[in-house]
Write a protein that binds this ligand. Structure first.
Ligand code: NDP
Length: 370
């Protein structure tokens, strides 16, 4: 099975020391801070690749409201590895064919889909039909139409759907959002956002259109795109984009680098770039009539650094994955919608489709409304 390059891991800064396992998940009941017994929601991880192994499973060891209850894998060797490491019994280990049997697994409340992008719709829909709430990794799907099908399936099953937009739980991003939206820098005139890294292994699924749905834009450009949306609290009205390709062999199927400009109704303009062939592209700046806010680096797992014209703004470091899962569990337990719902995923895909359309047509494209 192909694995992503070390470069990608470097970009995202794998160190999640705060999330290092402190004990194995055993049973479903844990003491809350107040001393009362409280059930943690059981999570089934679908796809045991890099993200599940290095970030999500460790985060589940420190999560307040979630625990690792089951795994779904297509690689038989991983079954024993995960069973041994996390104390999961064989009746909570599934492969993709047997996945639907998870419906009768009462230890599983949430299915977390951590598969190649093209597989997100199928497993989200199957999970919802099995009666499970779904947390699905970004990008939500390869097309907006698939996003709508996923939203409908969860709605029909009366299950919650959230997308793994971890940055929306990160203190520096939240602070930047709060300051940007509270007029701290006056009217936001422009946003500059860039995310990229030099991708390794040419055989990996990220470079296959069918599995990935696109290249750098689908994988990491989506962070820049979404940040513009959450800083302004607005949807882009129109987009113009251009692709550049310097390696037509490696990037035969997917985009290598894209630059795009988004216009918002309030007058803000966003200038974004993404690349699979450039390390160090990892910044987010909002420039307003009265100052600026900058995250540099911006989108890694642990190293977001916020500053304004007065200097660095110190904020706590958290485990973004544990916080994201805890928030989803709280939404389920309190029956309230997630701020990173399927609608958020759909809005990103509508903008992504406008970007690809603009590249192909060489024209300004209006972004379709939800
Ligand atoms: P990996 O390639 O490391 O893992 C993907 C896993 O999916 C594989 O290990 C395999 O698990 C399973 N799989 C099933 N079918 C295939 C197939 N045809 N080709 C390859 N793998 C297959 O990917 P990541 O873990 O890095 O990414 C998974 C998802 O998470 C993607 O959607 C990605 O965009 C997202 N992601 C999100 C991040 C974030 O910060 N929110 C960061 C990184 C990724 P098994 O062997 O168990 O079957």
């Amino acid at each position: 099975m192909p694995t992503p390059s070390n470069n990608r891991r470097d970009f995202l800064s794998v160190s999640v020391s705060a999330a290092v396992a402190t004990g194995m998940a055993q049973g479903g009941f844990f003491s809350s801070a107040g001393g009362s017994e409280k059930k943690k929601l059981g999570v089934a991880l679908v796809g045991l690749g890099s993200l599940s192994t290095n970030q999500i499973a460790p985060a589940l060891q420190t999560s307040q409201h979630c625990r690792l209850a089951a795994v779904v894998t297509g690689t038989p060797a991983k079954e024993k590895q995960w069973a041994d490491k996390y104390g999961i019994s064989t009746d909570h280990i599934y492969n993709y064919e047997r996945f639907d049997k998870i419906a009768s697994d009462e230890t599983v409340d949430i299915v977390y889909v951590v598969l190649p992008n093209s597989m997100h719709p199928e497993f989200t829909i199957r999970a919802a039909r099995a009666g499970k709430h779904v947390l699905c990794e970004k990008p939500m799907a390869n097309t907006a139409q698939e996003c709508r099908q996923m939203i409908d399936a969860c709605k029909q099953a009366n299950r919650q759907l959230a997308i793994g937009y971890r940055c929306q739980f990160e203190p520096s991003h939240l602070k930047m959002m709060e300051l940007a939206r509270s007029n701290e820098i006056g009217t936001i005139k422009r946003i500059d956002a860039g995310v990229g890294f030099k991708i390794g292994e040419p055989a990996q699924w990220r470079l296959r259109q069918k599995l990935a749905g696109g290249g750098a834009l689908m994988d990491v450009g989506i962070y820049a795109l979404q940040a513009c949306r959450y800083l302004t609290g607005e949807e882009p009205v129109s987009i113009i984009a251009q692709e550049s390709k310097t390696d037509a062999v490696k990037f035969a199927e997917v985009d290598e680098s894209i630059a795009w400009m988004m216009s918002f109704a309030s007058g803000t303009t966003a200038y974004c770039t993404t690349s699979y062939n450039l390390n160090g592209l990892n910044q987010l700046t909002a420039t307003g009539s009265d100052g600026f806010l900058r995250l540099d680096p911006a989108f890694g797992y642990t190293d977001a650094n916020l500053e304004n014209s007065r200097g660095k703004i110190e904020l706590p470091k958290i485990d973004q994955f544990a916080t994201e899962m805890d928030d989803f569990a709280t939404c389920i337990l309190e029956n309230k919608p997630s701020k990173v719902s399927g609608q958020e995923g759909l809005k990103d895909l509508l903008a992504i489709e406008a970007i690809y359309k603009s590249i192909n047509s060489r024209a300004v494209v209006e972004v379709e409304r939800v």
